[in-house]
Design a protein around this ligand. Structure first.
Ligand code: FES
Length: 302
């Protein structure tokens, strides 16, 4: 191969803080304790209305990121008042810290529920999530202690504890951002899938059995085909929650259940019947031509 040049792509250098988060994701020693805690949480918090409420299924997307705004906003504002607000701002800073402490409790509960859904296949996500939780718990303890110190009249100590809390909050926030924006945790897992808008052939109608899920490919994506009550339905195969394969799930009563965390989607339109998924599953129009099932993405899912 004289004269030919081969270049291989190198890894782009990422910012230091990004590398730090990735290093946290590589700490294998976290796996044992993390799985033990996650299994306990999953045991206490099975599929059902409480899990749906914590996951944000009623909201259409994850609830936890929304709640984080309150402790982050109130604690950051309190520390800014400590630094720039002078003596007159002390009562306001104290109230803000108290509000943040109250808001941190549901925020932590929703985050723990989401984190427990990570699997060992998501090892780095689980490890980063565990350290994210530890950092935020440290922030809660530090701001709680700051509040207690202020109430005892030890303002300077309260400010110092608040500054330390802000440091822990920043570390936890960075790892949380890494989980969302680099690891796509909490993101609709079909958001970037490209589905066929024209009728596209899939499998022979005769291959679909009543009550069984079948996987088929259309272009670059997999879909789930299911015959239920004599009708044929098609949904995206990739679960919107954490990417489980719905074709590996079970079909019954006009719905499919994801094998990973038990989300239930209606076959007719992909609606979430039970969480923890928040986003509905993309659904397809179906028609049979010459014994072959054809699909195209439905108007609601396009
Ligand atoms: S991947 Fe979690 S319910 Fe489907």
């Amino acid at each position: 191969m004289q004269g030919s040049t081969v270049t291989s792509a190198g890894s782009p250098r990422r910012p230091r803080l990004h590398q730090l988060a990735e290093r946290v994701g590589g700490i294998e020693a976290l796996d044992g304790p993390a799985e033990a805690v996650a299994a306990r949480v999953r045991g206490k918090l099975g599929p059902g209305p409480v899990k749906d409420a914590l996951s944000g299924s009623w909201l259409g997307h994850a609830l936890h990121p929304l709640l984080t705004d309150v402790p982050i906003g109130t604690w950051t504002s309190a520390t800014l008042l400590d630094v720039f607000g002078g003596r007159r701002a002390r009562p306001a800073a104290e109230r803000l810290i108290g509000m943040g402490v109250l808001a941190a409790v549901p925020t932590a509960v929703t985050g723990t529920s989401d984190w427990a859904d990570t699997t060992l296949a998501d090892a780095s996500v689980r490890r980063i999530g565990a350290v994210h939780a530890v950092a935020n718990t440290a922030a809660l303890l530090l701001y709680g202690s700051s509040l207690a110190a202020r109430r005892r009249g030890r303002h300077r100590r309260g400010v110092t504890l608040g500054l330390m809390g802000l440091g822990a909050l920043g570390a936890g926030g960075h790892l949380g951002g890494h989980l969302s924006y680099d690891k796509a945790v909490g993101v609709n897992q079909t958001a970037f899938s490209e589905f066929p808008e024209e009728w596209t052939p899939t499998v022979a109608e005769a291959d679909l059995r009543e009550g069984e899920a079948t996987r088929a490919s259309v272009g670059d994506v997999d879909i789930l085909l299911a015959r239920d009550g004599g009708r044929i339905y098609a949904l995206a195969d990739r679960c919107t929650h954490r990417g489980g394969s719905l074709a590996d799930g079970s079909v019954a009563d006009g719905c499919v259940t994801c094998p990973l965390h038990g989300s239930i989607f209606r076959l007719a339109d992909g609606a979430v019947v039970r969480g923890p998924a928040g986003a509905p599953e993309p659904a397809f129009d179906v028609r049979v031509d010459d014994g072959t099932v054809h699909v195209r993405v439905g108007a609601q899912s396009a």
